[in-house]
Design a binder for this molecule. Structure first.
Ligand code: ATP
Ligand code: MG
Length: 690
């Protein structure tokens, strides 16, 4: 497993029996260490199924699975390569019952959560519900339950949100549902409060590898700690300069705490960057330089000076789009690139993609937007997912309400309202309530009849889904079901524009196709919760849909230009990168505090995170990098004058003095250090001399 690894990487890969932290800059081969170490552990006799490799996104997991397969062959399929959330699902499926959760629980996505919070807090305003969601998520990530949140609430507002949180949690329990934060918080509770469960998992997991460690939060730290136990067999790799999820609770304390909690921790630093040319690396080093350092790092590249980093000044955002297209075309014309997939355009926020999409479309250049609107956010896909969820978990009331009215089946709001009141009174889920023998006391016989018919149909579907194994059977069954509920007609009836309806129906068919393939084990289970290559029944496949954001997690194979947010580009690389929209107000996002005083501690911390985001962007580039900005930008409906990002100046592209070779500096430092040690050894020897 040492082929293609430098000495420091080999050291990390071969250190098998204790805690190990690889702390190194971008592109230095940290992720490569993880993939190779999976192979090394298997080679050393650890069963593949006892290795867990945790990545930050499903896409990264898919990528790593692929690389591991190339390195170690079929055994790689047995390794658990997944996100923290998917690991959480696996743990909850196996042991969640001790927390009162049935095996077939539902996983709610952000929209479901907003809906439930609106209901719990008595508002119709989604924006208000989302601010509650934000606060509650923060509390959950800090390990607080509703009572604890109430006890530490700072003001009346927080008191109120803590009360809403209590009602929200009650609803989740009733619906047998969990949100994304629970997928970390509940497994943590399992391991912390149930010694047998803890012992079982600690025995089962022989080594845990964690990529992008700098972006873990406090609950993930605790979960990891309990999972690896006292032996602490884990390998974490990360870069403090790439910590860009502070706003979501990620904390660099997790890096600081490791050597304290694990005195035997072996810390390995990597210094060679294998990704970028010296010109690109220098710009990156210059940008990150003003940030305080957790530890000193020197990165060098042997890929040569390369093309200079370009700054592209534009008059407007449309102009920026045009210049971006021109650059892509000229790079190809100059023979620097052959393929569209060699290019990425990266920007701060999703909405910036629109003008770049327009420009690419006009030039007939194929592209994909990654990290943008999720396939699963489309109304038609959400409809289908609600049905699947209801088959998996009958107690999922939000899914019940969507299915019973989509397509309409003559069960009206009044009937549902009465059913809801009845269910609330007897503490039943809507599904349980509809079969209750006393329902007739609150509803007319006809209404009860329609509800029974719906209930029996759902039961029937659940039975059929459970016995539908493999791709072909799944596809036939799903198409039959859509026919039974009249979904195609529902789409066309609800849409005046026939083209739009047709496009929606195509999405539906794509979705069916993809679900079937997953049942057949033909494509990897992107969430990594189940092993791939086995035939699965539809219910198993349906449960984890909420964890996915796209139906193809391995997008690399498509030969198209990538448009992506900087956050979604973490860990990835492209030969040619254009960092677009680099203006003050976008990157950095809010250059000043609301009151115009850019000096507070919070402001400084935010600016440092923005700088790291810029660093992440620059270091995605392998061969060429352009940074573009436009003199005018849209802010709401207005067109405002924009200033180039301060980070452009910080790249110090015109300063020749920065062109020293960092390796020379490193050599000098080492020589100086060696001399100092020799001097003090000599002094000590002299002092001890008789
Ligand atoms: P990031 O900080 O962006 O996550 P990273 O440290 O994880 O980066 P990798 O993605 O593992 O870095 O590696 C960057 C590139 O360098 C990849 O293309 C990888 O294949 C290559 N690489 C890493 N190590 C070596 C090596 N020893 N020899 C040759 N190429 C290498
Ligand atoms: Mg990496």
């Amino acid at each position: 497993m040492s082929a293609g690894l430098n000495l420091a990487q080999q050291e990390a890969v071969n250190y098998l029996h204790g805690p190990c932290l690889v702390l190194a800059g971008a592109g230095s081969g940290k992720t490569r260490v993880i993939t190779h170490k999976i192979g090394r552990l298997i080679q050393a006799g650890l069963e593949a199924e006892r290795i867990a490799a945790i990545t930050f996104t499903n896409k990264a997991a898919a990528e790593m699975r692929e690389r591991a397969k190339q390195l170690v062959g079929r055994d790689a399929r047995k390794v658990l390569i997944c996100t923290f959330h998917a690991l959480g699902v696996r743990m909850m499926r196996q042991d969640g019952s001790v927390l009162g959760l049935k095996q077939q629980f539902s996983i709610l996505d952000t929209d479901d959560v907003t809906g439930i919070l609106k209901d719990a807090g008595g508002t119709t305003d989604a924006a208000t519900a989302r601010t509650w969601q934000w606060t509650i998520s923060g509390w959950k990530n800090a390990g607080l339950n509703a009572a604890e949140a109430a006890a530490q609430a700072k003001d009346g507002d927080e008191q109120m949100i803590a009360k809403i949180m209590a009602r929200y949690e009650e609803r989740l329990t009733a619906y047998q549902s969990v949100d994304f934060d629970d997928l970390i918080g509940m497994p943590l509770k399992l391991l912390r409060d149930f010694p047998q469960v803890r012992a079982k998992w600690q025995k089962m997991v022989g080594h845990v590898l964690v990529d992008e460690y700098q972006d873990t939060n406090a609950t993930q730290y605790e979960l990891l700690k309990l999972l690896v136990g006292e032996r602490g067999r884990f390998t974490a790799v990360g870069d403090d300069d790439q910590s860009i999820y502070g706003w979501r609770g990620a904390t660099l304390d997790n890096l600081r705490k490791l050597p304290v909690d694990y005195p035997a921790l072996k810390v390995i630093k990597l210094e060679q960057n294998y990704r970028s040319t010296s010109a690109i690396l220098r710009a990156a080093n210059n940008v990150i330089q003003p940030n305080p350092k957790l530890f000193p790092k020197t990165l060098f590249s042997e890929l040569g000076e390369g093309e200079p980093v370009r700054v592209v000044d534009c008059d407007s955002e449309e102009h920026e789009g045009e210049r971006m297209v021109a650059r892509i075309q000229s790079t190809r014309a100059n023979g620097l690139a052959q393929e569209w997939k060699d290019f990425a355009v990266l920007y701060r926020a999703n909405h910036q993609a629109r003008v770049f999409e327009q420009a690419l479309r006009k030039a007939a250049i194929p592209y994909k937007v990654s990290g943008g609107q999720s396939f699963f956010d489309r109304a038609e896909i959400r409809d289908l997912c609600a049905w699947l969820r209801l088959w998996v978990n009958n107690d999922d009331d939000p899914a019940f309400l969507r299915c019973v009215t989509t397509p309409k089946r003559g069960i009206g709001h009044q009937t549902l309202g009465s059913l809801g009141v009845f269910a609330g009174k007897y503490k039943l889920s809507l599904f349980e309530a509809l079969f209750s023998s006393s329902l007739g006391s609150v509803l007319a016989a006809r209404a009860v009849g329609s509800l029974h018919e719906f209930g029996r149909y759902v039961n029937d579907l659940e039975f059929r889904a459970r016995h539908t194994l493999g791709a072909e059977a799944a596809k036939a069954f799903l198409l039959e079901w859509l026919k039974e509920i009249g979904y195609e007609k529902h789409l066309y009836d609800g849409e005046d524009n026939e083209k739009v309806a047709a496009a929606r129906w195509t999405n539906v068919l794509d979705f069916i196709d993809w679900m079937s393939k997953r049942c057949g084990g033909e494509i990897d289970d992107a969430a990594g919760v189940a092993q791939s290559s086995e035939r699965k029944n539809l219910l198993e496949v349906a449960q984890t849909i909420a964890l996915l954001s796209t139906i193809s997690e391995r997008e690399k194979d498509q030969n198209v230009v990538t448009l992506s947010t900087l956050h979604a580009a973490k860990g990835l690389e492209w030969p040619h990168v254009i960092l677009a929209g680099c203006v003050e107000g976008m990157l950095p996002f809010k250059p000043e505090d609301a009151d115009g005083k850019p000096v507070s501690e919070a402001f400084t911390a935010r600016l440092q995170e923005e700088r790291r985001l810029m660093y992440v962007g620059i270091t995605r580039a392998q061969r060429t990098l352009a940074v573009s900005w436009s003199k005018k930008r849209k802010k709401g409906r207005e067109l405002v004058v924009a200033q180039p990002s301060r980070f452009i100046a910080e790249m110090a592209l015109d300063k020749v003095t920065t062109r020293e070779d960092p390796r020379e500096k490193l050599k000098a430092l080492r020589a100086e250090f060696a001399k100092k040690s020799a001097d003090s050894a000599a002094a000590a020897a002299a002092a001890n001399a008789p």
